[in-house]
Design a binder for this molecule. Structure first.
Ligand SMILES: *Cc1c(COP(=O)(O)O)cnc(C)c1O
Length: 355
């Protein structure tokens, strides 16, 4: 605490990212990174930018990357907004599209950055409790609101809702923006981006993506939002009032190549989904109850063993998972899907711990 902190800084409770331990030989299953490397084409494109041109500012608009994203998703480049990771995109979304007199609505159990942005930006919010099976009940979102946001699939539960449910939600919520955070969409969830194509594009739907998870580029910091050109224009106004150059030359070049390598994405996502199915069944044999997941992580608990104890016992064996000391979910572990080999080590460790 310092007397020079502004009043809002004194009241903040910042987001706590999952740890990035420096220990060697760790089975790291705590922050939902990909266990596979990025597209080799992305790595080559990044290498190609390692030259004297780094003295020059990058393209502030990221036009070539917007073009590549628009092409992949069947959109117009005017429907694409870029940011330094989707966390930055989300910050601009809260500031530019969700700050109104009515509260923003999101689930009680969800990405814990959302309430942090609300606090920083002075935005009123209201949490909508998930159901008994941790499902999102869309009827709850008929309440008056200044915006709605949730991840699909939700984090940290891994549960998803369908394309047609989102379509219905948008048509029932015409007076504010609905933001769907599709950070984990590539592991078996139907994306709602097709709703944005062509002249039928709704005025009030924004979809946020990241290259940090399925494209294995968490270290490069690239995220984007897609939606109606008028929503995007609002986000550009915020971005150009904050930082005109959020994406460097390496990031833009690497992201373009990664977006263009759909085969790499599909191959690695398939492997993650296969490993997930096997892990869920191995854990079930040990007595774990796992929520249905369409993400690259699972949310699981053991009726006979406390979440905090299991977390610590795994840690003692060099296996890091995520445990949240929060009401309703403190018995759960959130486990990132790694390689088959990492899953094997996890199951062996849990077998030993439970014995
Ligand atoms: C990981 C994650 C993000 C942030 O991703 P970055 O692009 O790395 O900032 C956003 N939303 C959710 C739900 C996430 O899990």
């Amino acid at each position: 605490m310092s007397r020079f902190w502004s009043p809002v800084v004194q009241t903040l409770t910042p987001y706590v990212p999952g740890e990035q331990p420096q220990m060697q030989r760790l089975v790291k299953l705590n922050t939902n990174e990909s266990p596979y490397g990025p597209s080799p084409r992305a790595l080559a494109a990044i290498d190609g930018q390692n030259n004297e041109d780094l003295r020059l500012y990058p393209d502030p608009e990221g036009a070539a990357l917007k073009q590549a994203i628009a092409k992949l998703h069947g959109l117009d480049p005017k429907q694409v907004f870029l940011g330094n990771g989707s966390d930055e995109v989300l910050a601009h979304v809260f500031a530019g599209l969700l700050k109104h007199s009515k509260p923003v609505l999101f689930p009680d159990i969800t990405y814990s950055f959302y309430p942090v942005y609300c606090k920083l930006l002075g935005i009123d919010h209201k949490v909508m409790p998930l159901g008994k099976e941790f499902e999102i009940n869309l009827v709850d979102y008929k309440a008056p609101n200044g915006g709605i946001i949730f991840p699909n699939p939700n984090a940290p539960t891994g549960r998803s809702i369908t394309y047609s449910e989102i379509e219905t939600l948008i048509s029932h919520n015409k007076d504010s923006v609905v933001v769907i955070d599709e950070a984990y969409v590539d592991y078996g969830t139907e994306s709602c981006i097709p709703l944005l194509r062509g002249t039928a594009c709704p005025e009030n739907l924004l979809v946020v993506h990241t290259l940090s998870k399925s494209r294995a580029l968490a270290g490069l910091r690239v995220g984007f939002a897609v939606g109606h050109p008028d929503l995007i224009a609002g986000l550009e106004r915020v971005k150009n009032s904050f930082n005109s150059y959020p994406l460097g030359r390496l990031a833009q070049a690497g992201a373009i190549a990664a977006i263009e390598d759909q085969a790499h994405l599909e191959e690695t996502s398939q492997k993650v989904m296969q490993t997930r199915a096997k892990l869920v069944s191995d854990l079930s044999a040990l007595g774990f109850k796992t929520l249905p997941s369409t993400a690259n992580f699972i949310f699981t608990r053991h009726p006979g063993h406390a979440g905090a104890k299991l977390y610590q016992a795994l840690r003692d064996r060099g296996i890091i998972v995520r445990h949240f000391k929060l009401p309703r979910i403190e018995e759960f572990l959130r486990i990132t899907i790694g390689t088959d080999e990492q899953s094997g080590e996890l199951v062996a460790a849990l077998t030993e711990i439970l014995a």
